[in-house]
Design a protein around this ligand. Structure first.
Ligand SMILES: [Fe+2]
Length: 127
């Protein structure tokens, strides 16, 4: 069973000490707070706020997933070098159609060296 690093579980002190390490591995969901039922909308998942992640042959972000509660909606995969072997904010835009009920989105990301990371949850109201 892999350990999942979650934004919510990380203590404030640990956040200060390992700020760069934590930041570069944390996926963030960027989308509207409110969307219309049946309409397509964009959900951006971006790694890190301040710090970029390496794109080395043995150390890169290999997978980014988008979840709605327990359902995997979409995922993307990278190979090493997709970002030119330069540190970068790995990011992807997913386009999904809003279902009939409110959504509780989260993102997961895999670093080939540092494991599995889960974003904070993002509530999306469907009207
Ligand atoms: Fe890493």
């Amino acid at each position: 069973m892999p350990r999942v690093f979650k934004a919510i579980d990380i203590e404030k002190e640990e956040k200060e000490i390992k700020r760069d390490y934590l930041d570069r591995h944390m996926p963030h969901i960027i989308c509207d707070d409110e969307v219309r039922k049946g309409e397509k909308f964009k959900v951006k998942v971006r790694m890190g706020e301040e710090y970029v992640h390496p794109d080395d042959p043995d150390h890169f972000i290999s997978v980014i997933q988008l979840w709605n509660r327990e359902t995997l909606l979409a995922e993307t995969r990278y190979t090493a070098g997709a970002y030119g072997n330069k540190p970068s904010h790995f990011e992807v835009d997913f386009y999904i159609v809003a279902p009939a009920v409110n959504m509780n989105l989260s993102a997961m990301a895999v670093c080939t060296k540092h494991g599995l990371w889960q974003s904070e949850e993002k509530q999306v109201r469907v009207v």
